[in-house]
Design a binder for this molecule. Structure first.
Ligand SMILES: C[S@@+](CC[C@H](N)C(=O)[O-])C[C@H]1O[C@@H](n2cnc3c(N)ncnc32)[C@H](O)[C@@H]1O
Length: 316
């Protein structure tokens, strides 16, 4: 099922000009491992900044949920990854004696299995109900439960969408929320290139390996014959635009065959495959997206450097 979708997305993405591949395909087993390494790199300020918010302000974040005495809530995390920030929030919910169920959703079964194992070990007795799949497809299931939901969408994952996609995503998310539900939306804030670009172009070359792993994955899973020495990692960031972009650039004219798709793709010298965007936000950019939905921004928690923001958003 997943492999058919992968084939379709690769066929359609590499048939377009400019060529592109959806960033969700970064996350196979190797991709998950590399992303954990990325989060630990000195240049990758995003995780540290958001971690600081959850370590220092979880109590205030929980107050913003306005949980009533005796109320049970559901904490639904979209694209949960390794949950290292979320655990601080869960600990604080327990300390605050709030009854909750934790529902992480992730497309990577590997990430989800690891997360569930770790969470159960760290928080014995935790009510956890993991859902494996694409959160876009899981969204419609969310409305069923009568309990109020807190949707966590952290790590600036929304930044991997174009503004049009983010607007559609927020609109479809809000359709699956009930009045009183809330979203905690973690976004990277617009700042200067000297801070942003190294996060996508680190000295140790981990982001390069992460990007190139997409080609390796296609070789492995789709029978492609990408020559990894003939493509380079090519990131860029323009502060005025506020969007970091990653590309894989072909260093020569070449033809790549993908057996399982039964097609060949021609690459010119310096032709690029667009593999990822990372949108940086401010109040205005987020406001434009939220204004087109039945949601309103309640407040924003930021780290001390003001590099990262976790917005509390209400379904009104
Ligand atoms: C960049 S990581 C962020 C993880 C975590 N939210 C954090 O802040 O550290 C993105 C996670 O989302 C998952 N993911 C990406 N696209 C997804 C999708 N469409 N549906 C479900 N999970 C997805 C990936 O498997 C990965 O674990």
């Amino acid at each position: 099922m997943m492999i058919e979708q992968f084939k379709q997305d690769v066929l359609s993405g590499l048939s377009q000009t400019p060529k592109q591949i959806p960033s969700k395909y970064f996350y196979d087993k190797r991709g998950d491992e590399l992303f954990v390494e990325i989060m630990n790199m000195p240049e990758y300020y995003l995780t540290r900044s958001e971690m600081e918010i959850f370590q220092k302000q979880s109590r205030d974040i929980i107050s913003s949920f306005d949980v009533q005495k005796g109320e049970e809530i559901e904490v639904v995390e979209l694209g949960a990854g390794d949950g290292t920030k979320t655990i601080h929030l869960l600990y604080e919910l327990i300390r605050s004696r709030i009854t909750f169920k934790y529902i992480p959703i992730d497309i990577s079964s590997n990430a989800l299995d690891g997360l569930e194992h770790r969470m159960k070990e760290e928080i014995p007795g935790l009510a956890i109900d993991s859902l494996h799949g694409d959160y876009f497809q899981m969204l419609h299931d969310l409305k069923k439960s009568p309990n109020r939901k807190i949707i966590l969408f952290l790590g600036s994952s929304i930044g991997n969408m174009s503004d049009e996609e983010a607007t559609l995503f927020i609109a479809s998310l809000s359709k699956n929320l009930n009045k009183g539900d809330k979203i905690v939306l973690g976004v990277d804030l617009i700042k200067e290139k000297s801070v942003v670009l190294p996060a996508y172009d680190d000295a140790a070359g981990i982001t390069r390996d992460f990007n190139l792993n997409l080609l390796e994955r296609m070789n492995r899973e789709l029978g492609a014959d990408f020559d990894l020495d003939a493509f380079v990692h090519d990131p860029e960031y323009h502060e005025s635009e506020g969007i970091a972009k990653s590309f894989l650039k072909s260093t020569k004219k070449q033809v790549v065959a993908i057996k399982s798709i039964g097609k060949q793709f021609v690459f010119d010298e310096n032709e690029r495959i667009h593999t990822e965007i990372s949108r940086k936000y401010n109040d205005q950019i987020l406001g434009k997206i939220i204004d087109q939905s039945p949601l309103s921004v309640q407040q924003c928690f930021t780290d001390q450097k003001n590099w990262f923001g976790d917005y509390i958003i209400n379904r009104v």
